[in-house]
Design a protein around this ligand. Structure first.
Ligand code: SF4
Length: 372
């Protein structure tokens, strides 16, 4: 059963005065009009009709697209009034919206409190001043700290969105952003690899050779380590990577470079699973080496693909069996995208036989290696 359902209401941000390098909202706004109040109610009814038998314990209506609190007050009020009436009837449990850090102040938060908004997500994108400047974000990192503090002080649940690989970004800066995000104490975070959308200023810079995107490997490494920092601090990661949609299609049309992967979250979580399992495996192997030196390669850290315990390339001599375990929900991550983790372990440790199994008693996201 679905435990948490979100009814997304997409409101293209007409009149956003900003011009972020990554943004395609001008194109979106030109193509799709903001819904009228009756259209929003009809969209919510349509979603709710699919969320029966049984009803998920938590249903949220989420006002996405652009920066909600930058819309004229009367327009915000029209949308929020509908969301509130559904909440008061018990049809939805929470109201969520997303906005920019510099579109938050005490007056705005009091206004949102009046409509019983629960969750505010801030598009922080980066905590590095240079990255914010080169991306034309139009606000500095102080705005993120300050608005995060205010949002929490007013009793809203805070979410932060971070982007990876914006102009001027680096692995170190990305990790710095993740650490600063922890400092802001959000309950949840989203990690978005920068996707170069056709028609944005970023796409122009890319075509003119003024912007070098992260490679897939760089993106994966940075996002994975940011994920670890955030989850290590108890922050829930509610999204990794853009969803394929009309704007970013599964086949990558409308996207430049190699900047979109439809299964990026699985790539990241699969990589984390691989790292966790390999760390345990190496520790098991070094323990075994201490107990029975003749059974193991001389140094676990110097294992190389296609070398066996005798050190001969291409050898197939098996010296042990290993079981990798996880909760059923994490099984595809344990195998890795297109089975890449399975292939990795088999190639890197040809002297071991691997079995990948599920264990319902384990917590999702945790992995265990056992040697038989
Ligand atoms: S603030 Fe948001 S909607 Fe406005 S230009 Fe920047 S990314 Fe686009």
């Amino acid at each position: 059963m679905k435990r948490h359902a979100i009814i997304p209401i997409f409101i293209p941000h007409q009149g956003c005065p900003n011009d972020c390098a990554l943004c395609n909202q001008r194109l979106v706004t030109a193509r799709s009009a903001a819904p009228s109040a009756p259209e929003m109610a009809a969209a919510m009814d349509a979603w709710l009709s699919t969320l029966t038998n049984p009803r998920p314990p938590v249903i949220e209506v989420a006002l996405y697209g652009g920066s909600f609190t930058g819309l004229p007050r009367d327009q915000q009020a029209r949308y929020l009034q509908i969301a509130l009436s559904y909440k008061q009837q018990g049809l939805v449990d929470r109201i969520r919206l997303s906005t920019r850090p510099d579109y938050i102040d005490e007056d705005i938060l009091l206004f949102l409190k009046g409509f019983q908004v629960d969750v505010i997500e801030l598009g922080a994108q980066s905590f590095d001043q240079e990255v914010l400047r080169l991306s034309n974000r139009g606000h500095d990192s102080a705005a993120i700290y300050q608005s995060s503090r205010l949002i929490r002080r007013f009793g809203f649940t805070l979410g932060l969105q971070l982007m990876v690989g914006l102009p001027g970004d680096s692995y170190e800066k990305a990790l710095f952003s993740a650490r600063e995000a922890v400092f802001c104490r959000p309950a949840m975070a989203r990690l978005y690899p920068t996707v170069i959308l056709e028609g944005t200023d970023l796409s122009r810079r890319y075509k003119e050779g003024l912007y070098r995107p992260f490679s897939q490997e760089e993106m994966l490494r940075a996002t994975k380590d940011m994920y670890r920092i955030l989850t290590g601090a108890g922050i829930q990661i509610i999204r990794v990577g853009l969803k394929s949609s009309d704007l970013v299609r599964n086949d990558g049309q409308g996207v430049l470079g190699n900047s979109f992967h439809p299964a990026f979250r699985q790539l990241v979580e699969g990589e984390l699973a691989k790292e966790d399992l390999e760390e345990q495996l190496l520790s098991l192997l070094s323990r075994r080496k201490t107990q029975a030196p003749s059974l193991c390669p001389s140094s676990p850290s110097s294992f190389s693909p296609l070398s066996d315990s005798s050190g001969k390339a291409g050898g197939k001599k098996q010296i042990g069996r290993v079981r990798f375990l996880c909760h059923p929900r994490s099984f595809s991550n344990m195998l890795g995208n297109k089975g890449r983790n399975r292939a990795y372990f088999q190639n890197r440790y040809p002297f071991l036989t691997f079995r990948f199994q599920t264990d319902s008693s384990m917590k999702p996201g945790l992995y265990r290696a056992l040697m038989e």
